[in-house]
Design a protein around this ligand. Structure first.
Ligand SMILES: C[S@@+](CC[C@H](N)C(=O)[O-])C[C@H]1O[C@@H](n2cnc3c(N)ncnc32)[C@H](O)[C@@H]1O
Length: 315
């Protein structure tokens, strides 16, 4: 039993309004559904960032300023299937850089998949996966005295409030050394017609991904959610650049969670917020970085200007 999951479900379903953390989307089923999401025509994020990693690999390496004679750790927070990172890893290996790749992910399942793929496709790569919550990884970074490049891609940052994003980046900086680098990939603010379908696609994959959280609570915590009595809701406010996903109760109902021996009441139309997916302008990024140890060294964008990868230097 995942004790933290149990405690967070008790807190989130007991709150008003109800909420659950998006980090719990990623069990085996959730990982599979997220891989399907990345291939959806509506989910522009992965394609836009893949374009940057494919067309501008050498520029990324240049801006990272890594040296062939200095071994370094390439640490990826929330690595997922690592499909974009693979382009960078292949180029670094081909150019003779000396580094270890350390993907960190809360899902042990996705890390197993990643290790299988990379050991087959990039046999010369040294890979050291870490199944962990990346918030807990931050303070372990300074235990290793090696140059570091930290990747945080796919607009993972957008799952955090701006306040938490600032705190996260501040703590990351505090645990790195001068000269270390941070590559931060963020989705840019854009019109609702483009953003909203990415979180509510026509085939219903994002809906299944969101509702899988209830299946997971049923499976792992012995709850009795009747999934047919809930629906997926996505919204996006172009003014703030914030997308949110919710699970909505279609009726008045009571759900029992046996691992907690506790029941939770839902009124008709009541929601559980399950995710925020913030989009960024340069001004928002600058305000989040203010007071942290990082300086912007370069910004890479795709042709449509949908996505931005910031190369940041630890001062
Ligand atoms: C939106 S996916 C992005 C994956 C990949 N970075 C990409 O750009 O395609 C988020 C990934 O981060 C992981 N994740 C989410 N919250 C996490 C946390 N708190 N600690 C570690 N991993 C987390 C998930 O398991 C998932 O693999």
């Amino acid at each position: 039993m995942n004790q933290q999951f149990l405690e967070d479900v008790a807190t989130g379903l007991g709150a008003s309004p109800k909420f659950l953390s998006s980090k719990y989307f990623y069990d085996k089923k959730g990982d599979e559904l997220f891989m399907k999401i990345m291939a959806l025509p509506e989910y522009y994020l992965t394609r836009a960032e893949m374009e940057i990693f494919t067309a501008q690999t050498d520029r990324i390496i240049d801006l990272l300023g890594v040296l062939k004679e200095t071994p370094f750790d390439l640490i990826e927070l929330g690595a997922g299937d690592g499909s974009k990172t693979k382009k960078l890893l292949a180029a670094l290996l081909a150019q003779g850089y000396d580094f270890d790749y350390i993907p960190v992910d809360i899902s042990a399942n996705v890390l197993e998949h990643l290790e299988d793929v990379l050991s087959r496709d990039l046999p010369d790569l040294t890979i050291r996966p870490q199944a962990n919550d990346y918030f807990q990884t931050l303070e372990t970074l300074n235990q290793v005295d090696r140059s570091k490049v930290v990747l945080y891609l796919g607009s993972n940052l957008g799952n955090l409030s701006d306040e938490l994003a600032h705190k996260f980046i501040y703590e990351l900086g505090a645990n790195l050394n001068p000269g270390d680098k941070f590559l931060l990939g963020v989705d840019r603010i854009k019109p609702v017609e483009i953003v909203l379908p990415a979180y509510n696609d026509s085939q219903g994959v994002t809906a299944a991904f969101n509702l899988n959280l209830l299946h997971r609570i049923n499976r792992e915590l012995g709850a009795n959610f009747n999934i047919n009595q809930f629906s997926h809701v996505a919204e996006y406010d172009e003014g703030t650049g914030i997308a949110k996903s919710f699970i909505k109760s279609l009726t008045t109902q009571t759900v029992y969670v046996s691992a907690l021996d506790e029941s939770f009441e839902f009124s008709e139309g009541e929601t559980i917020q399950t995710e925020i997916s913030r989009k960024y302008s340069q001004a928002v990024i600058k305000s989040i970085l203010e007071g942290t140890d990082f300086k912007i060294l370069g910004v890479l964008k795709d042709e449509k200007d949908y996505f931005a990868d910031y190369i940041l230097g630890r001062q």
